[in-house]
Design a binder for this molecule. Structure first.
Ligand code: C2E
Ligand code: CA
Ligand code: CA
Ligand code: CA
Length: 278
């Protein structure tokens, strides 16, 4: 795909072949992709490996560019953040996630949450929560079906308005998960200050916990903390049975990762759920 894209555009703009590396070029394509509704979501199941239940799904943005093929979110999101495009794109992600929740609710009528990644740039918008609540009302979705994944970067806002905002979101019945836990500068104060329901143990710890005693001890410590603070805990990036068994043995039952399922398009999530349930 990369090859054909290259030759196709060589005619009028040689720099196009470098679009993946060229921020300015990619930004203009992101803008077009938004206008042409090219962004979709895949959903990765979150499993209670203890009871074998599906307890939720993380929504992850996907962009298959006609010109460049698949562009990973790690490339798209930072550019969308730096240009402000994350605001309209983020609202579109929220709407798609709400529609997905409605469809899953209709099909499976069980308890689950759809976890939506929210950038700090979105949270800094003064009307973020109003836009969110407005959509939940418009689509008649009970807020308990939604969870927001935030990172500790939300605390760059020290004035306390962020905490007020997160509190009002949680008061609505929306859950909040602290993503990539353990990777930042997270002081334990954050756990105390932020109104969170869940912490998500970063994949880097899961990757190394079976081969190195330090990450293994950190995982144990995080699990202990979560228990003491009455927080849910989920492990991300669980790729093997050995990792899952280890986590189960150490008191963590909620898993997300390739071992259970990759992020899937909606039709495949439905098949995945049908297979697990029946
Ligand atoms: P994240 O929030 O930490 O998401 C987890 C990433 O790990 C996803 O990458 C997921 O596909 C991948 N993953 C899940 N299980 C496994 C596993 O077992 N092994 C491996 N190797 N990887 C696994 P993805 O989809 O490429 O997203 C990367 C990052 O981009 C996300 O990291 C998140 O920070 C950001 N992102 C993705 N979608 C959105 C979105 O809708 N909004 C915002 N603001 N950020 C998003
Ligand atoms: Ca996430
Ligand atoms: Ca994460
Ligand atoms: Ca991560």
């Amino acid at each position: 795909a990369k090859k054909s894209g290259k030759s196709k555009y060589m005619h009028y703009d040689p720099s196009m072949s470098n679009a993946l590396e060229n921020d300015h070029l990619l930004i203009s394509h992101i803008k077009n992709a938004y206008e042409n509704k090219e962004f979709t979501l895949h959903y990765q199941p979150q499993i209670n490996a203890h009871t074998d239940e599906i307890i939720g799904f993380e929504a992850l943005i996907r962009w298959y560019s006609k010109d460049f093929g698949y562009i990973p979110p790690d490339r798209v999101i930072p550019l969308a953040e730096s240009t402000g495009l994350i605001i309209p794109i983020g609202l579109c992600i929220i709407e798609q996630s709400i529609q997905f929740a409605l469809e899953m609710k209709k099909k499976f009528s069980s308890n689950f949450k759809v976890s939506i990644n929210i950038s700090v740039v979105q949270l800094l918008e003064s009307n973020f929560e109003d836009e969110l609540f407005e959509r939940l009302e418009r689509y008649h979705l009970d807020p308990r079906y939604i969870q927001l994944e935030i990172t500790e970067s939300v605390l760059i806002e020290t004035s306390g308005t962020m905490i007020v905002k997160l509190n009002s979101i949680r008061d609505k019945g929306i859950s909040i998960s602290l993503d990539d836990f353990g990777t930042g500068f997270s002081s334990l104060t954050y756990l105390q200050k932020l109104p969170i329901n869940e912490i998500k143990i970063d994949k880097s710890f899961i990757d190394e916990m079976l081969t190195d005693s330090k990450p293994a001890k950190l995982v144990d410590t995080i699990l202990y903390l979560a228990k003491e603070l009455n927080l849910n805990v989920i492990a991300e990036g669980v790729e093997t049975k050995e990792q899952q068994d280890y986590l189960l043995d150490h008191g963590c039952s909620i898993m997300q990762g390739y071992y259970n399922s990759k992020p899937l398009p909606i039709e495949e999530v439905i098949l995945f759920c049908e297979k697990r349930i029946h």
